[in-house]
Design a protein around this ligand. Structure first.
Ligand code: HEC
Ligand code: HEC
Length: 326
């Protein structure tokens, strides 16, 4: 690779999971037969997708699941006589205190406990209404899983109009793979150590695990930001421009598209990284959302930390991914 800038950001991602070589991911692009879901515009759907699907996504392969799919949760929580109010109450109660007795002991044995993440009750009520009233996407396990390293091979037989279209499709998959690794690593780290410990864990492990990063040796994947926590993740001038552009789109509620630059076989791919409520434990309002002990740890490890004060659905940074189309 031309620019071998291995960023602590990815190390953070990779470091936090017990790196299993050849991480399996699902191919979200294969969902061509969209199920007709009537609740498409229900506000609870969007919240569910941005907040809960980082762990409960129905689109992840069976093997790489890190939590039960929502449709399974629905079956365990809603029986013939369960009213909407009862379900709403139960869901809110659970999320506010996942230490309570589980209704899904099998899932808990398999995935470990759901960590406590603070969500407002009204957001949870919206989610509950959506789950209660509408049909959930059925657990269509994707059987076409592939290795991150095989992303290129996966696109060999697809007809693309031009290289930039292919670059865009490949870049999206890298970004999704990295995003899933991030979700998984955070879950594991928070489960094991709580948010404060997770910070320390990720930071310390980040230094020594360079080798495992080469799992993605077909691409250089960076997470950059205009307000970096780690100075190594500072966006360059070009990237700052893209971040500003994406901020405008997100504010205007326009679905962002990747920026893809091709030069011969080389592709530079950019896509925004946005926050959800889970991120706020470490990137939100100091003292309010970031607990004092987490804050102390962050200040110690990152004296120049600028990555706080975020709210949900803001542009936290950018995936900047470089790779070759083979
Ligand atoms: C960081 C990962 C993660 C996120 C984010 C997450 N969950 Fe979970 N959740 C889990 C795991 C793991 C389990 C299975 C273990 C358990 O039940 O404790 C679970 C289980 C559950 C259960 C079953 C509880 C039971 O009785 O055992 C409910 C209900 C639930 N989640 C709701 C939600 C909702 C609603 C959201 C979004 C607001 C959400 N979860 C976000 C990881 C997550
Ligand atoms: C457990 C605490 C924690 C949580 C939760 C967390 N982060 Fe971070 N984040 C960190 C730390 C620590 C770093 C610095 C890693 C490093 O040294 O490269 C970081 C760095 C980043 C970076 C790289 C740019 C920079 O500021 O250095 C991005 C982008 C980012 N986080 C996005 C997110 C998003 C999006 C979420 C929610 C999905 C999230 N983070 C949740 C602790 C956290």
């Amino acid at each position: 690779m031309r620019r071998y800038t291995f960023l602590l950001a990815l190390l953070f991602v990779v470091a936090c999971k017990n790196t299993k070589k050849g991480k399996m991911i699902s191919n979200e692009n294969t969902s061509t037969n969209e199920v007709i879901v009537t609740g498409e515009h229900h506000p609870g759907k969007k919240i569910l997708e941005t907040e809960c699907y980082i762990c409960h996504s129905p689109k992840v392969s069976k093997e790489s699941r890190i939590a039960p799919p929502m449709v399974a949760i629905k079956e365990h929580y809603i029986h013939e006589n369960t009213t909407k109010d009862e379900f709403t109450e139960a869901l809110i109660a659970w999320v506010n205190d996942p230490e309570q007795e589980t209704k899904m002991p099998g899932a808990q044995r398999k995935f470990g406990k759901m960590p406590y993440i603070p969500y407002p009750d009204d957001a949870l009520a919206q989610i509950a209404e959506y789950i209660y009233e509408y049909e959930m996407t059925p657990p269509e396990w994707y059987y076409t899983k592939h290795d991150v390293g095989e992303i290129s091979a996966n696109h060999k037989n697809t007809q693309f109009q031009d290289l930039s279209e292919k670059g865009s499709a490949m870049g999206m998959e890298y970004a999704k793979a990295a995003k899933q690794a991030l979700g998984e690593s955070l879950l594991k780290a928070i489960q094991e150590k709580g948010p404060t410990g997770a910070v320390e864990f990720c930071n310390m492990k980040a230094i020594s695990l360079t080798d495992s990063v080469s799992v993605m040796n077909n691409a250089v994947i960076k997470r950059v930001s205009d307000k970096p926590r780690n100075v190594d993740n500072a966006a360059n001038e070009e990237e700052l421009g893209y971040i500003a552009y994406y901020k405008k789109l997100i504010t205007a509620e326009i679905e962002p598209k990747p920026i893809v630059k091709t030069e011969g076989e080389e592709v530079d791919f950019y896509f925004p990284i946005t926050t959800n409520m889970m991120c706020l434990q470490c990137h939100g309002e100091p003292q309010k959302q970031i607990r004092p002990e987490t804050l102390t740890m962050l200040r110690k490890l990152y004296p120049n930390d600028r990555a706080t004060g975020y709210q949900e659905n803001e542009v936290r940074g950018l995936w900047a991914i470089s790779f070759d189309i083979e």
